[in-house]
Design a protein around this ligand. Sequence first.
Ligand SMILES: Nc1ncnc2c1ncn2[C@@H]1O[C@H](COP(=O)(O)OP(=O)(O)OP(=O)(O)O)[C@@H](O)[C@H]1O
Ligand SMILES: [Mg+2]
Length: 320
Amino acid sequence: MGAIEVDKLRKAFPNGVEAVAGIDLNVEHGEIFGFLGPNGAGKSTTTRMLTTLLRPTSGGARVGGLDILKQSAQVRRVIGVALQDAGLDYLATGRELLEVQGRLHGLSGRRVRERADAMLTLVGLKDAAGRRVGTYSGGMRRRLDLASALVHDPEILFLDEPTAGLDPASRQAIWDEVVHMNQKRGITVFLTTQYLEEADRLANRVAIIDRGRIVAEGSPEELKASIGADIVTVGVPEDQVAGAEKALATLDGLKEIQSDAKGLTLFVHDGSGAVARVIRLLDKAKINVGSITVSSPTLDEVFLRLTGSRLEGATEDVAS
Ligand SMILES: Nc1ncnc2c1ncn2[C@@H]1O[C@H](COP(=O)(O)OP(=O)(O)OP(=O)(O)O)[C@@H](O)[C@H]1O
Ligand SMILES: [Mg+2]
């Protein structure tokens, strides 16, 4: 049996928004499963249903072999959860927060102290353990979230955008800890993210969700290979995008063109071979080519191909 088995899971909110439109997923034991999608795709709603915090409108799921509807109390015992909008108590110290979490999960006083110590060491917060959480940096708070999700030694860990808004070093620290938990303790991880690189680096399998529906599922390599094309990115002035698109419609080996204000993304057979022909066609149409690059597809292009839009800000966001 899989670690997480999702069956036609659906959530329609009373205001009429169908946040999750009946999805099926399977996560194996010991996997890091990336759940990737843009803002509002339904990632948090799915996570909240799987962690028994929100009741599905229909459909269901098993987590750790347990029914999320009929066995919700048992489900909570085997999972750890770090939510996107975790409400940390800023006046408590890091250690106090972990101990409260441990108590909530029914650990004894001695066990709680042992576990809190071990987790504080694991996430590198031992020295800051006695400080109020209000004095922690964003990265330290995320590490505390992670420690608190792990304090009762769960089998399955749910992380909802664990590195959103973090600087690259803090992000790397969280990544290292997630991989460590997975490799050293065999913990299954369900990781929600908008960051392609995060899914690509950590997950052995990903599902891409868009507007409540799963649009692709597989290993990052499989998804990229499924495109069966190279990517040629052409930068042209905004007022020439339409003209460029028209000029390139007859390009040999062209599978698809997507355009935005900055230029065009061409899905082509043999990208390097196509570059000269692209330049010739654009030249003939008197289009000013600002830049042209050839690359293998990334998960962003998988998403673009499937939905017609990019997972915006996914890469720039952090650097800026
Ligand atoms: N309590 C609610 N009532 C009504 N609509 C909601 C509620 N919670 C979420 N939604 C809507 O459901 C959709 C999915 O939201 P969700 O939070 O699951 O997206 P997400 O993929 O987690 O997005 P983000 O990346 O921004 O966190 C959105 O349109 C959102 O506005
Ligand atoms: Mg969310």
